[in-house]
Structures are given as structure tokens and as C-alpha cells.
Design a protein around this ligand. Structure first.
Ligand code: SF4
Length: 326
């Protein structure tokens, strides 16, 4: 599938997003903050798939939820079609949420076990008064067909489906409101590898059919490579590198990206690169390292890395890196 660049106007622009969760610690219940996301910015063009990748706990899901305002940012803005969502009232948000949907990792928890799946898909149609009531069953049957399910599935319950089929149901429900932008939060992580590719292909097909834009969150680099036009790499709440998919995988510039990519198995052993093993644990977001947050684990760290925070700089067109050495 042809990869799209970022030449189209952005449908979404997140600017300097920060999320700190307050926690109380120790005998005196001293207040401190989990710094989940720090000064995060990105733009996603219409029709693009932006892959956001990083280890578990790096802040990528928190970012996805802030972008949809399912979580309030501590600071920063989210512009959707040029309008700042962080200034929207509840009523305005309710309207815009029709266009901005989310698909979660665990489709079972997203479905009511006591509700037939046809009714579950129909729910948002009634909620947003889409189409005439008597047309709803027909719309749902069309959506089931679009995601590769059968008309007889309409009256069945979630437990009667496999994990892959449940993810298809959740996708049909998200599509019912005719969205433009979908956050896919680890949508295939819980599925067998054989099913993963079917769901990824379906996501690509639906993107074409419904002109969708995706923010695709995952920890699996192969999955992100398969589906994304551009990729952003997160480490400890910071965006450390961002590039078109081909550039990122062929010329990773940030030491953390290089380490992540070196652990991906390659089909041809002749192309095998040296595996970079990161030393030490990921530091606690309660107590972020000074300077570059990656410096305690970076083989190339210098004295300056411990003091000075690196900013994202353009290395090549659309390729940005936050590292003093680049
Ligand atoms: Fe490593 Fe320094 Fe670059 Fe951070 S800024 S990734 S510590 S070389």
C-alpha cells in the first residue's frame, strides 16, 4: 500500500501536551507527580496513519486519550480541524466525539456481555440520531458486512465470538457514527499473530473506504511498520524521534530507536545487525532523569546529556530527532 506523506493539511495537531498524575507518597503523604507525558507535539495529516511506538508505560496510551480528551491534559492544546478541543464545552465535545473514535486493545471489555452485538453497534446510531430508527438494522447489517461478519451474527452475544471477531465488532461500532479520526490503541496486541495481519489489512481497507485518519499506538515495531505512513518513538513520556516509516526503519538516528530496532528479528540472517542491549531499568516517571531522559541507559551519553534537555530538530525532511549527537 502506498505510504502517504505529511504534505496534506493536518487534521490533528497536538501541541506541547503535558500530563502529570498527582500521587501521595511515604509516611507524610507527600504530594508528588507521575510525569507521564512531557511537552509532546505531533501533527497528523488527513488520511495518514501515524504510528506511535514505545515500551509499555512510555505514555503513548495516555497521549492517545488526551488527544481525544478522555483524559484532561495538565497543559497543552489539541487542535482538531483547526479548533482547540481543550477549550470545548462538554456539549461541543459530545458532538466532535462522533468524528473521533477509539479502538481499544481488549475488545471484550469494550462490549456489554449481555447485549447482542447488533444492538451494541446500533447504540451510537440512536445516541447521535443518525438515520431513521427503522433504517438502523439495515445500517448495522451493512457495517457487519464491511468488517467481514455475517448477518446471522446480529443476534449473538460477545462471548460467542473469537478475539479477532470481537475486534471487528468494535470496529463496526466505531464506524457507525461515520468518524474521520480513530485512535487505535494496541488493537492487535491481544490477538494471535495469524489474526493480527487480518485485522491490520481490514484497518487499511476501512481507511480507504471511509477516508479515515489513524493514530496507531503499539509496542510491536513490525506491526507499526506494516501499517504506518510515519512513526513517532516515545521514551519516558518524550517524543524522541519521528520520521516517515521507511526512513525510520532504514536510518534510525536516536540511540533509543536504534536499540529498539536492533531487537526486531529479521527474515534474512545476512541482514542481521548487532543487537544493542539497553542496560539498567527504565527510570521511574516519578523521578525523571535530568537532561536527556535516556542518558542513564545510553551508550553514547556525554556530560552534556546529563544537564541539557535535547530538543527535537529536523535531521531531514519530516525526520526529527531529540539527541545532542545528531
Ligand atoms: Fe544519548 Fe545524549 Fe543523545 Fe540522550 S542526548 S540519546 S543521552 S547521546
Amino acid at each position: 500500500m502506498e505510504k502517504k506523506g505529511s504534505a496534506a493539511p493536518p487534521i490533528l495537531h497536538a501541541s506541547n501536551l503535558v500530563k502529570h498524575f498527582p500521587v501521595k507518597r511515604g509516611y507524610f503523604q507527600k504530594k508528588s507527580y507521575v510525569k507521564a507525558v512531557s511537552d509532546f507535539s505531533l501533527q497528523i495529516a488527513e488520511g495518514e496513519t501515524y504510528g506511535l511506538v514505545g515500551e509499555s508505560g512510555c505514555g503513548k496510551s495516555t497521549t492517545g486519550r488526551m488527544i481525544l480528551r478522555l483524559l484532561e491534559p495538565t497543559s497543552g492544546s489539541v487542535f482538531y480541524k483547526g479548533k482547540d478541543l481543550t477549550r470545548f464545552s462538554e456539549e461541543e465535545l459530545r458532538h466532535v466525539r462522533k468524528e473521533m473514535q477509539i479502538i481499544f486493545q481488549d475488545p471484550y471489555s469494550a462490549l456489554n456481555p449481555r447485549r447482542q452485538i447488533g444492538k451494541a453497534i446500533q447504540e451510537p446510531l440512536s445516541m447521535y440520531s443518525i438515520g431513521e430508527q427503522k433504517q438502523h438494522r439495515k445500517i448495522v447489517l451493512e457495517l457487519l458486512h464491511k468488517v467481514g461478519l455475517q448477518p446471522e451474527h446480529y443476534d449473538r452475544y460477545p462471548h460467542e465470538f473469537s478475539g479477532g471477531q470481537r475486534q471487528r465488532i468494535v470496529m463496526a461500532r466505531a464506524l457507525a457514527v461515520n468518524p474521520a479520526f480513530i485512535v487505535c490503541d494496541e488493537p492487535v496486541s491481544a490477538l494471535d499473530v495469524s489474526i493480527q495481519s487480518q485485522i491490520l489489512n481490514l484497518l487499511e481497507q476501512l481507511q480507504e473506504d471511509f477516508q479515515l485518519t489513524y493514530l496507531f499506538i503499539a509496542h510491536d515495531l513490525s506491526v507499526v511498520r506494516h501499517i504506518s505512513d510515519r512513526v513517532g518513538v516515545m521514551y519516558l513520556g518524550h517524543l524522541v524521534e519521528e520520521a516517515p516509516t521507511d526512513s525510520l526503519f532504514s536510518q534510525p538516528a536516536h540511540p533509543y530507536t536504534q536499540a529498539l530496532l536492533s531487537s526486531v528479528p529479521v527474515p534474512n540472517p545476512k541482514n542481521k545487525k548487532e543487537r544493542i542491549v539497553l542496560s539498567g531499568e527504565v527510570p521511574s516517571p516519578l523521578n525523571l532523569p535530568t537532561g536527556c531522559v535516556f542518558h542513564p541507559r545510553c551508550r553514547q551519553a556525554t556530560a552534556a546529556c546529563k544537564e541539557v534537555v535535547p530538543v527535537l530538530r529536523e535531521l531531514a525532511p519530516n525526520h526529527r530527532v531529540a539527541c545532542h549527537l545528531v
